[in-house]
Design a protein around this ligand. Structure first.
Ligand code: FAD
Length: 463
């Protein structure tokens, strides 16, 4: 504790007045947790940095005194990544939220890490540009958090995940030294690719303070299509037929019957065809409305050929809102109906989704629990929800770990991964052995030690 007092004094001397804040349970509860079910932990100090210099100061002092540091965006992570360590410092980045440069000529944008994803998307739209990665949390999460978790989203099917857009990074290593890699470059193969090493590194190597992203031209037309299918299998076959017809949907979001029924009761509204085995939201986009309309019609016909019970098109904002309202409420509806809900984000090769979903269905051995999956049909990333509907807490404590392990194990057996979007963080660390050998983990730790020899940055997580 004396060390912490000294660190506090050093930081208070080096940083602007009021920047260093002593943690208080009453005022700073949000800093103890993220959106995962990882247990909350109280840090000692909070610094919401406002510049790269301030980030460097915090890291230099923390490194000198070997005090743990947990970087934090807005804490929307779903794997415990921004849950701090006791007697450590939370280094917040959300106040570094300036869009520094929208470069229309080069189709690049330079931002600070605390910019909210939707804010960036809205600003780009004004000049006809488009940043596709769209985690469902896009209204509340930061671009820095997206880069560090390599966030995905529904549009990954056509446009890929965050990594595909990051071309340059500035930041600070754990010892307080600054780095700068890449830039406004579409092609750059000089040296090791440190930019992509940092993307998805879960805040274990360095702190990002500036990001250069390539962006796209904004398509002029987007049409959403909600399809009710007899079964998930029919939905998967329809998607394959659509792609074979040379139509690449932007989105193919799957919800099974349990999800739709849960939303129906949660909202108290009746949802058309809620008895259907699966609902899928497709989106097609383009620049020519006639062409996009034609693609939407072909897609609809192919769905009907695969036993679709109903197909509805939405082009106006109001129509789209009706379709997306169901998807947006799935997570909350499932939470409302269960005593404990764990949501994990496995990913399998898309062709294995049917087999994977049959496996999780087979885990429903009691009416007192339910295992179900929804999510990104096209790219194989499924959000598996494990719900306790009525087991006693003692019974659930014995059942849950075996169910969760089986959920992960099957994904790995099918050539998949235990996390497609949310990261290992704290929540998936108990299952990392399914993915990596001891040697693999030692190699990752050796890489970390190059950049963070005193193990101050998120050292309890990810690897
Ligand atoms: C309702 C909801 C829906 C979601 N949907 C999706 C989805 O569709 N796809 C998806 O991928 N994720 C999704 N997420 C998860 C989450 O929003 C993403 O992981 C997001 O990228 C986290 O951003 P954040 O700013 O909240 O980061 P935080 O949660 O604050 O931090 C995440 C990790 O990044 C580190 N970190 C943060 N900023 C920096 C920085 N500048 N430098 C170094 N390390 C840093 C933290 O230490 C932590 O390890 C969802 C979350 C919620 C609550």
């Amino acid at each position: 504790l004396n060390t912490l007092k000294l660190v506090q004094q050093k930081l208070e001397t080096a940083l602007p007045k009021g920047r260093v804040v002593l943690f208080s349970r009453d005022d700073h509860d949000e800093y103890t947790k993220d959106y995962s079910s990882a247990a909350p932990v109280e840090p000692s100090l909070i610094v919401e940095a406002e510049s790269q210099d301030e980030v460097a100061t915090v890291l230099k002092v923390a490194n000198d005194f070997k005090v743990p540091v947990t970087p934090r965006g807005t804490g929307t992570g779903k794997s415990g990544g921004s849950v701090p360590l006791p007697e450590g410092i939370v280094l917040g980045l959300k106040s570094m939220n300036r869009i520094l440069d929208i470069d229309v000529a080069n189709k690049m944008v330079v931002v600070e890490p605390g910019v909210i994803t939707k804010t960036l998307q809205d600003e780009l739209e004004k000049v006809g540009l488009f940043y596709p990665p769209d985690p469902s949390s896009y209204k509340i999460c930061t671009i820095g958090g997206n880069v560090i978790e390599n966030a995905g989203g529904p549009k990954a099917l056509k446009y890929g995940v965050t990594a595909e857009y990051v071309v340059g990074l500035k930041g600070v290593w754990a010892n307080g030294k600054r780095f700068e890699y890449g830039g406004k470059l579409y092609k750059n193969v000089a040296g090791y690719n440190f930019v992509q090493l940092l993307v998805g590194s879960e805040g274990t190597l360095g702190v990002i303070t500036e990001i250069t992203l390539r962006v796209r031209l904004l398509p002029k037309v987007q049409t959403d299509i909600l399809v009710a299918f007899n079964s998930v299998e029919d939905a998967s076959k329809a998607l394959l037929a659509i792609q074979n017809a040379r139509i690449q949907p932007v989105i193919a979001e799957l919800m099974d019957k349990t999800c739709v029924k849960a939303v129906e009761s949660f909202l108290g509204n009746s949802i058309p065809n809620s008895h259907a085995g699966a609902h899928v939201i497709f989106q097609v986009d383009g620049n020519d409305s006639d062409h996009t309309q034609k693609e939407a019609e072909i897609l609809s016909d192919l769905c009907r050929q695969h036993n679709a019970l109903d197909v509805s098109l939405a082009t106006t904002d109001k129509e789209k809102e009706v379709i997306w309202n169901v998807r947006r409420n799935v997570s909350e509806a499932l939470t409302a109906f269960s005593e404990h809900k764990e949501s994990v984000d496995i990913s399998v090769p898309p062709s294995k989704i049917g087999e994977y979903l049959s496996h999780i269905e087979s885990l429903n051995t009691s009416e007192n629990h339910c295992v179900l999956g929804y999510g990104h049909l096209g790219d194989g990333n499924i959000h598996v929800n494990i719900l306790n509907l009525g087991h006693s807490q003692e019974k659930w404590a014995t059942l849950f770990p075996a169910i969760e392990r089986s959920v992960f194990q099957k994904a790995v057996d099918l050539g998949g991964t235990i996390t497609g979007e949310h990261g290992i963080g704290l929540s998936k660390l108990p299952y990392i052995d399914l993915m990596f050998s001891e040697e693999d983990r030692a190699n990752m730790k050796a890489v970390k030690a190059v950049f963070d020899p005193n193990a101050i940055l998120n050292s309890d997580k990810a690897i």
